[in-house]
Write a protein that binds this ligand. Sequence first.
Ligand code: C2E
Ligand code: CA
Ligand code: CA
Ligand code: CA
Length: 280
Amino acid sequence: VKQAGRNGVAFFDPEMEAAIRQRHQLQRDLAHAIEAGELRLYLQPQVDVRGRVVGAEALVRWQRADGTLVPPGAFIPLAEETGLILPLGDWVLQQATQLLRQWQGDAALAALRLSVNVSARQFRDPGFGERVQQALAQQGVAPGRLELEITESVFLEDLDHARATLQALDALGVSLALDDFGTGYSSLAYLAELPFDTIKIDQRFVARLGQHSRQDEAIITTIIALGRKLRMQVLAEGVETEQQENYLLSHGCHLLQGFRYGRPMPLEQFEALVHAQPRD
Ligand code: C2E
Ligand code: CA
Ligand code: CA
Ligand code: CA
């Protein structure tokens, strides 16, 4: 926050100035990283009630020239503020659809669904639906193999516009997931009318399972029941313990994701994991 100086000129304290300079540096580095191919997609497995891997969430990592891996929390918010999320999001979409094409040649991988995160800014961009369609068509990938994870924040500004975009994406045949469910501004009334295929229970609720919190258990069981009633797939994120798994499965959760089944990992490692599981 700026402070007005005596004659109305804004000044910054040195610490703040350093922080701003660092931000600008990060912004330049990130713009360069996208062009220089320093971004990587890590994959985190999603499993069904039998523990079989049925899909993956793609999570971006920034591998800097010195080899250090920057987590998305350190650059996605900045990318959203600066608009760099648009080229970054396009890159993710290109990578994901290319990967789905590669997987078509492998029986075990061809059945998987791949989820990508779409930020609100990307979702609101007028050309978004078209770019999704083009990326799929270019790679010759069945749209249903791709899932777009969208958070409730897209409904904040203009619900009518968001609804229209979702319906257009649904008509393309891509799968739609509502990410971080339970933390935002969802109203039950619109959840019921929007074409989501999957709801993802936010990991905050899952993390508190097993601490005998009646409230968190009530929220989770209610979300699962709601999703099932609406004929959506319910996926719980952040599953780490057997106890959490048991609770979720006994209450009808369809899909699970979390460190218990694998951390986000490089592609080769993910593919090896899938190949190691017994065939049906
Ligand atoms: P998210 O979409 O909610 O992703 C799930 C986050 O939870 C990931 O963090 C994942 O590593 C972490 N996680 C998964 N299982 C567990 C678990 O069992 N325990 C705990 N404690 N954590 C778990 P990550 O990879 O650091 O990503 C953070 C956020 O960055 C994501 O949250 C997503 O909002 C954003 N993000 C990541 N990749 C992209 C991207 O390609 N595009 C956009 N727009 N956002 C992205
Ligand atoms: Ca997500
Ligand atoms: Ca659908
Ligand atoms: Ca999430």
